[in-house]
Write a protein that binds this ligand. Structure first.
Ligand SMILES: NC(=O)c1ccc[n+]([C@@H]2O[C@H](COP(=O)([O-])OP(=O)(O)OC[C@H]3O[C@@H](n4cnc5c(N)ncnc54)[C@H](O)[C@@H]3O)[C@@H](O)[C@H]2O)c1
Length: 462
């Protein structure tokens, strides 16, 4: 099986970088960092506002058929006007299982690719793929996403689209050069609560939005130590390689949408803190037998990594990541402003003039009143499945946008900004928590208001 690719010196830090190298990193966000943004190359143009070309049928090629890929394949083949034409997994038997699953469901059998880490390149050479969906371990997202763009496909990538800053830039540049969209397949942005909160934010229910708090707080210890769940324990291995906020996007992206990030505001600086890494070693001590491969590992990622992001308009976002501590699941989903606050898990609200007395009220009636058109359209769809239905809403919307020739709700700039805490948390932590500049991936395009996830109702083409 393929080894984990090496992680560059830019991103590795702390235990992995020598103290001398750390001393070379400047102490705070600097004008030099901002100025480091290179100009577009000749022929390269912004992808802001660029619609998909219309597709009668959206033909999908999937790379990675593990937990996520197999849970998404049913939805991809069920959306009206979508068809999975090819599937690829480094493990050929998984590609076959995926093809069998579609055939058993009465769908056309997709072409299968597998057996090597490079098999996806053969799949990308096909001319019957419009959209590539990537659900492989994090370290493969960047090379596979870039290769798919260069092969002339649109690309939906699981979280994160890339793990290093230069990779994020390269995906932005490659999308601008190839004129193909690459976007984070950020399903939680299509959650029913998240979309209702977005509409409420835009309708002024919270007054002037000043701050948000979100993240990914998911006790994954049992799965991380499972010998079968994550292929080759790839996700646990990340905890041996880097101290970073690996995966805050599920809670961060919906808040960024409420704050119109890249649509009038933008992430300006980020500072990070991390607790000591205790959770995984403690779990191993209590649950893993002597001789288990995990005993050779040293976990260096802090259990709770917190990023404080300040936006250009002075808003503050607290984005958290913790997958190694015992706790109930939460993405927090908190948004606050001059007239009130909403918070999830459980969903509750406190807004003026409706509420007072320091008492939370049920969010349910507000969600009904501010339900997003996508949920009004799809809430009774029999295909709604994984993650409370938001996976299928995401898939339906992507296909609809591609069939109708719409501008994508989530573009490469949103995706790069939302994923930038992964490498930037590394840099900030290496600087003792000092702020680092968040690059403007839009190269100035962020100042203009434009639609995003708070979209206008439209129909699926017939
Ligand atoms: N959005 C969500 O809610 C959500 C949920 C779960 C997982 N994910 C993401 O999905 C991705 C996959 O996670 P998972 O839990 O399915 O992991 P997994 O280990 O179950 O699956 C990964 C699959 O990728 C395959 N693979 C590895 N290298 C490959 C290569 N070079 N070419 C082709 N296939 C290759 C593996 O064989 C495996 O089948 C991750 O990025 C994860 O963060 C997202």
């Amino acid at each position: 099986m393929a080894d984990l690719p090496s992680v560059s010196r830019r991103t590795l830090f702390g235990g992995a970088l020598a103290a001398g190298a750390l001393a070379a990193i400047p102490a705070s966000a600097t004008a030099a960092e901002e100025a480091a943004i290179s100009p577009r190359r000749p022929g390269q143009r912004s992808m802001i506002g660029v619609p998909f070309e219309r597709h009668q049928t959206v033909r999908i090629g999937m790379i990675g058929l593990g937990n996520r890929g197999m849970s998404m394949i049913g939805g991809w083949s069920a959306v009206p006007g979508a068809a999975v034409t090819a599937v690829c997994d480094i493990r050929a038997e998984r590609a076959k299982a995926a093809a069998d699953k579609l055939a058993a469901a009465g769908k056309p059998r997709p072409a299968e690719y597998g057996g090597s880490a490079e098999a996806y390149k053969k799949m990308l050479a096909r001319d019957d793929i419009d959209l590539v969906y990537i659900a492989t371990p994090w370290e493969f997202h960047y090379p596979q996403g870039k290769a798919a763009l260069l092969a002339g496909k649109h690309v939906g990538v699981e979280l994160p689209i890339a793990t290093e800053l230069d990779q994020l830039w390269d995906l932005v540049d490659t999308s601008e050069q190839t004129r193909k969209h690459l976007f984070l397949a950020e399903n939680c942005s299509y959650g029913r609560n998240e979309l209702a909160i977005l509409k409420m934010a835009h309708e002024g229910v919270f007054g002037e939005v000043t701050n948000g708090h979100g993240g990914y707080l998911h006790d994954l210890r049992e799965l991380l130590f499972s010998d079968t769940y994550y292929t080759d324990a790839w996700r646990r291995k990340w905890h041996t390689r880097s101290t970073a906020s690996f995966y805050p996007m599920h809670g961060l992206a919906p808040i960024a949408a409420c704050m119109d990030v890249n649509r009038g505001d933008r992430f300006a600086t980020l500072r990070a803190t991390a607790t000591e890494p205790k959770g995984l070693a403690d779990y191993r001590k209590r649950h893993m037998p002597p001789g288990h491969p995990s005993w050779k590992e040293t976990y260096i990622n802090g259990d709770l990594v917190t990023c404080l992001i300040e936006t250009e308009q002075g808003r503050i976002i607290r984005a958290e990541h913790d997958v190694s501590s015992p706790r109930p699941y939460s993405r927090i989903n908190s948004l606050a402003g001059s007239r009130g606050i909403v918070e999830d898990y459980p969903a509750r609200i406190y807004v003026e003039p409706d509420h007072g007395g320091h008492a939370w009220k049920d969010f349910g009636p507000y969600r009904e009143r501010h339900d997003h058109w996508l949920w009004k359209t799809l809430k009774d769809d029999p295909n709604l499945g994984g993650h409370g239905g938001m996976d299928y809403v995401l898939q339906w919307r992507i296909v609809q946008q591609m069939r109708a020739g719409l501008v994508p709700d989530i573009d490469v700039y949103d995706s790069a900004a939302w994923c930038s805490p992964v490498p930037l948390s590394v840099v900030s932590l290496a600087r003792g928590g000092k702020p680092v500049a968040v690059p403007d991936f839009t190269r100035g395009g962020w100042t203009k208001a434009r639609p995003g996830l708070d979209s206008q109702p439209s129909e699926m083409p017939g």
